[in-house]
Ligand binder design. Sequence first.
Ligand SMILES: C[S@@+](CC[C@H](N)C(=O)[O-])C[C@H]1O[C@@H](n2cnc3c(N)ncnc32)[C@H](O)[C@@H]1O
Length: 276
Amino acid sequence: MPQGDDRVTRQYQIGDLWQKIEAGLEAAGKDINSLTVDDLAPIDEFHTRGRAATSELAAMAQLKPSDLVLDVGCGLGGTARYLAAHYQSRVTGIDLTEAYISAGTKLTDFAGLGDRVELLCCSALDLPYEGEWFDIVLTQHVQMNIADKHRFYTEIARVLKPGGRFIFHDVFSTGGAPPLYPVPWADDASVSALVTEAQARTAIEAVGLQVAQWIGKVQESVKFFERVIARIEAKGHPPLGIHLILGDNAEDKIRNHARNLSQNRLSVVVGSARKQ
Ligand SMILES: C[S@@+](CC[C@H](N)C(=O)[O-])C[C@H]1O[C@@H](n2cnc3c(N)ncnc32)[C@H](O)[C@@H]1O
């Protein structure tokens, strides 16, 4: 078990994760022995706007099959599998939550992507690489759990090759009214380390990453949640979905995230930066 923030580990650790995923796949009529990344999309995207956001990040990264890619805080590894399947990239995902890495490795093998995707359990604050190794480092919805932003971005910059790119999709505080909890990454404020967009941008640039794109995604995210909530109200949760990993208070987390965005408490950004 890597050194990490116990509060974060407790936040994401849920019992019987693999059994829940297997049952969800079966209820959704998926054959576990011939899974595709599209079959897994409902559970693979633990961030605002689901697969649409991942495909935007992939387009931003302009990936080539020869690229070595690192996904920091990969969760179940959905983004890694998507990039490997669609761009033939070799992708490593790292995450602090052991249960995600273990379940994610099984999903990768069942999807036949074990030759291109590797998932490792370790901390984003102590990446197990000696030096400038990756062409692309990306991250989605992870830094909100990490108080030490300087160390987080320092580690990312350290493992990027010169000229390599950092691609991110993140949630920030607006500096206005505080967020309502629970949210998908935190049951309460003690496990949430939100900063404003300006603070994050300063932290990114302080480690030698030059911001190239900074694109607000609040409108699209609010619309996304309107659709998700309307679907839950009409039909309940689908057999396979993020609620399986959000736990008993899944609906409160989803509704609060939506409220935080529509009430201008939080913002969402996709962006890129280049290592000098
Ligand atoms: C909201 S989930 C996002 C997962 C994934 N990026 C996605 O979009 O599907 C946040 C993830 O960040 C991971 N995480 C939080 N702090 C971390 C740290 N210090 N090192 C590595 N992973 C961390 C959690 O374990 C969790 O899997």
